[in-house]
Design a binder for this molecule. Structure first.
Ligand code: PHE
Length: 453
């Protein structure tokens, strides 16, 4: 039986290794950079509530489905989506799901690395004291200055993708597990410190009201789609990253419990990031709709105002870069594992090909802030299009197909065994969610965003 074997790429050292790696994948720029900026763009609390509902009702069941498919297949997502349908007597077309995930992975990695490059660039910015006591105009100018400079963006993008490729080429097990164990808690503490600062800085009540007092009239079909896409993005779902990590998971570890821990930690970190950032935004009179620069501008202003801000700020951007690193590694893994399995390439060569391709596509995102800034497609620049297409379209679509596959195609005996619920009622609830609720909800959100009703 497939599920009992081991992946040729190895297996996690312990259950906690999987949880750490998967949490490292989930917690990243999605929580600290993207969550606050899309919340700001889409008016606050009502958006946050839709996002939380998507995490609970769609995200968690899909995460269980994605991990269990991975563990059942024990191969790279593309090959797993070839083997499992064949075993179940289903159409080979399911393989396209694996390919779409890999394509989505290239797209996500390409812009992810550019934004992670901003985090890297902010390390020397902050350490040089450039923000100490600076006013909002100065911190804003620093961000625009960075975007205006393709050379700097390219440098940091290259450094980041090289760091990512380096770890993936060595195999995920060594190194990164150890680093994550120390760095993630540290990042969490620094975020709490920022929340503490925000509480004292004056606009905390305003921030809480913005994040938690919903006004549903502001919610459009489009913002619901963005909220749902953000739920997939932040949980790393829909492109096979979690499937690949699941394929290295021991068959004794509980998938439902793991999924609960990962989703819980990810959600808490996003909300804390919101509570750290919005008090500064309101106290400093910044515009919550500032867009992709929101976090960089708000936090560097905040650090500039607080005692020892130079030290804490520098540390913060180092840790943010680490959080992005552990996520980027997971995005690189599915395509790399496929090249190793099916082409017989050695890991370093496979990684080089994958990271190199994403690096190349990422140049488009870099140019979209300067040379190509006039080029708009549907009101978005190149990076905006990449972000929208992957996050709001491909990831939910991939997640929906994974739910359908786990719910309808895999034999019940397989899903019962993989999930290992002691209570039959929980299993039936999961099955009902992946069979009906998840696909219907995603289709409705797609249809509304397209203006079909
Ligand atoms: N979840 C990561 C983040 O929030 C991004 C990611 C998306 C990682 C998709 C893997 C797959 O930053």
């Amino acid at each position: 039986m497939v599920g009992k074997g081991q992946s040729i790429h190895g297996q996690w050292g312990s259950r906690w290794a999987f949880i750490l790696a998967a949490t490292g994948s989930a917690v990243g720029l999605g929580n600290i950079w993207r969550f606050p900026y899309v919340v700001g763009d889409h008016g606050g609390a009502a958006f946050v509530l839709v996002y939380l509902a998507c995490i609970a009702v769609i995200g968690v069941p899909v995460m269980m489905a994605e991990i269990l498919i991975g563990r059942r297949g024990r191969q790279s997502p593309i090959n797993t989506m070839r083997t499992l349908p064949a075993e179940a007597g289903a159409t080979p077309a399911w393989q396209l799901l694996g390919w779409m995930g890999v394509l989505a992975g290239f797209i996500v990695l390409s812009f992810y690395s550019v934004v992670a490059g901003w985090a890297l660039a902010y390390v020397p910015f902050t350490a040089s004291g450039m923000f100490t006591g600076a006013d909002t105009a100065t911190v804003e100018a620093a961000f625009t200055g960075l975007l205006d400079s393709p050379g700097q963006l390219l440098l940091w993008h290259t450094v980041f993708i090289a760091l990512t490729g380096y770890v993936v080429s060595r195999g995920v097990r060594s190194g990164i597990e150890k680093a994550v164990r120390v760095l993630m808690p540290l990042l969490f503490l620094l975020l709490l410190l920022m929340v503490g600062y925000g509480m004292g800085a004056g606009a905390f009540a305003e921030a809480v009201a913005f994040l938690f007092t919903p006004d549903f009239s502001a919610l459009t079909g489009e913002s619901v789609l963005i909220a749902m896409g953000q739920a997939f993005f932040t949980l790393s779902l829909g492109l096979g990253a979690i499937m690949a990590y699941g394929s290295y998971l021991s068959s004794r570890s509980s998938i439902p419990r793991n999924a609960g821990i990962i989703a819980g930690a990810d959600t808490v970190i996003a909300l804390i990031a919101g509570l750290a950032i919005f008090p500064i935004v309101f106290a400093a009179g910044l515009d919550p709709q500032e867009g992709a620069g929101l976090v960089f501008v708000a936090l560097s202003y905040g650090f500039g105002q607080m005692p020892m801000g130079m030290l804490f700020g520098t540390l913060f951007f180092v840790l943010l870069s680490f959080a992005a690193w552990t996520s980027a590694i997971s995005i690189t893994e599915p395509a790399t594992a496929y090249l190793v399995e099916s082409r017989g390439w050695r890991r370093p060569r496979a990684t080089f090909a994958v990271a190199g391709t994403a690096w190349f596509v990422g140049i488009g995102s870099i140019l979209s802030f300067n040379y190509w800034s006039d080029m708009q497609i549907l009101g978005m620049n190149f990076m905006g299009v990449m972000e929208y297409l992957s996050t709001s379209v491909m990831l939910p679509l991939g997640g929906m197909l994974m739910a359908l596959f786990a719910g309808w195609v895999l034999p019940r005996s397989a899903t019962v065994q993989e999930l290992g619920f002691k209570n039959q009622g929980w299993y039936m609830a999961w099955l009902f969610l992946v069979r009906y609720v998840v696909p219907v909800a995603i289709l409705i959100v797609f249809a509304r965003a397209l203006g079909l009703f």
